[in-house]
Design a protein around this ligand. Structure first.
Ligand code: F0G
Length: 447
């Protein structure tokens, strides 16, 4: 129900359209603004001083209480729930920030750090949002949570719904998601519908299903999801001792994550925890780059609209999306922070992924797009060699081991059946069961 008294409310859902900006209660089950169809965001009044927040969050790292152990709920002063609200958590967040010297050299940087969101409980950044979305689903008394997915949201929803004892149903594009993600989702007990169509068809169906009383949509169009995902900005800054990096670069698909990351940084700025925000840049795959095209047009046209791509193509299936739902929020983030949106080729993604592996880290293909994008942005001069740069790795290596084995075997085929001869291939060596034969080959190892 619409609420009007913005001065006295503590938290609300608000339409992002500037000429609407209507407020709704936190317990209203909404997909978009019922008045104008705009995207919704959460607004919350925070009653703590900057230093107090920093100290409180740090102190919680020594606690064993589940809501303090979670790298999302530890920052609950910025989340739209009461202090003691029952939460559904799998101890998400708390992901490592790795120094990556080989990837830095590959990109032409003095230093590069990788924030590895693939180290979340189900192997992707989705968990940081899902803990909040499922907590909200429980607060609303929902019976079934649903989503469309390229695989990671599916696995995450399935796990958190299982923890909550909630039903869940998932729409995935048939034959277009990695088997590891499908296997996870089945294992967690979700009802999985394989839709004849692509992700954008699944997303359209979800928007139609959202009107049903019994279902609750947890795609990133849901503003509660983004509240969880925004906490990566806080965690990252804590890890950097509140020194703001020059650039943060991440892959973009449906564009929820870019929107959430930006929201996190802007809230910290407004609260006085930081004095500036990093430039946020988004990288897409060439065959699925509606946002990169939109951004290029936005340089000359203030009021651009997204033109969807009907048949997106990329081996980075996580970001094979032609009609991203959150483009308006993400565009605002990139513009306000002075970032860029670019696209990279299948070959650039494949080589970047192999290099990330050589740092002993690894990630799934979509995540590697961020590093491929950084290399490109260094080449164009947008990122200076000595600047501080963070790439957000969104998913774990094991999310798509088929891609990796095909890369190393030389059997990776890009859309259009283009061959991808990897520069960093590493093949297993067949040997007889004989020590001398193995030793002889060890001597030849080059690294
Ligand atoms: N990286 C990975 C590994 C993803 O799974 C996704 C999105 C993205 C990047 C892009 O994030 O959509 O917020 O811009 N995966 C969604 C899914 C679409 O269904 O798992 P985004």
């Amino acid at each position: 129900m619409e609420i009007s008294d913005a001065e006295t409310i503590q938290a609300a859902q608000r339409c992002i359209e500037p000429d609407c900006a209507r407020l709704y209660g936190l317990r209203d089950k909404l997909l978009v603004c019922p008045h104008c169809g705009g995207l919704l965001e959460i607004v919350k009044r925070v009653n703590h001083a900057a230093q107090e927040l920093k100290e409180m969050w740090r102190a919680r790292r020594a606690s064993n209480a589940p809501r303090d152990r979670s790298g999302v709920w530890r920052f609950r002063e910025l989340l739209p729930f009461d202090e003691d609200a029952p939460i559904i958590t799998l101890t998400e967040g708390n992901t490592p920030l790795y120094d990556a010297p080989r990837a830095a050299r590959f990109c032409g940087l003095e230093r590069l750090e990788l924030k590895h969101q693939g180290c979340n409980p189900t192997g992707s950044f989705k968990d940081t949002g899902m803990t909040v979305a499922i907590t909200q689903a429980v607060r609303l008394g929902a019976r079934t949570a649903i989503c469309a997915s390229t695989g990671n949201t599916a696995a995450s929803l399935a796990a958190y719904a299982a923890r909550a004892g909630l039903g869940c149903a998932i729409l995935v594009p048939r034959g277009q998601i990695s088997l590891a993600k499908l296997a996870q989702t089945l294992d967690y007990g979700a009802l999985v519908f394989e839709v004849e169509g692509n992700f954008d068809d699944c997303m359209r169906l979800i928007q139609e299903l959202a009107a049903e009383e019994t279902v609750y949509v947890v795609n990133s169009i849901n503003p509660f999801r983004l509240e969880g995902q925004k906490t990566v900005a806080i965690e990252l800054l804590e890890q950097l001792d509140w020194q703001v990096p020059d650039h943060v670069v991440l892959p973009g698909g449906n564009l929820g994550n870019s929107s959430a990351l930006g929201k996190g940084f802007f809230e910290l700025l407004a609260l006085g925890l930081i004095a500036r925000v990093p430039r946020i840049s988004v990288v897409q795959a060439e065959g699925a780059a509606p946002f990169a095209r939109l951004f290029a047009r936005s340089q000359t046209d203030e009021r651009v609209e997204l033109v969807p791509i009907a048949a997106p193509q990329t081996l980075a299936t996580a970001i094979k999306i032609g009609a991203p739902v959150s483009w308006k929020k993400a565009l605002e983030v990139v513009r306000r922070t002075g970032g860029q949106v670019i696209s990279v080729s299948e070959r650039e993604i494949a080589e970047a992924k192999a290099i990330i592996g050589r740092d002993g880290i690894g990630c799934e293909p979509a995540s590697a797009a961020a590093v491929a994008g950084i290399k490109r942005l260094v080449e164009t001069g947008f990122i200076a060699r000595a600047s501080s740069v963070i790439a957000v790795l969104t998913g774990h290596f094991l999310k798509d081991s088929d891609y990796a084995i095909n890369y190393h075997r030389g059997t990776l085929r890009a859309p259009g059946d283009k061959e991808l001869e990897g520069a960093h291939r590493n093949l297993p060596i067949p040997v007889p069961a004989n020590k001398a034969e193995i030793l002889a080959r060890l001597d030849h190892q080059t690294n």
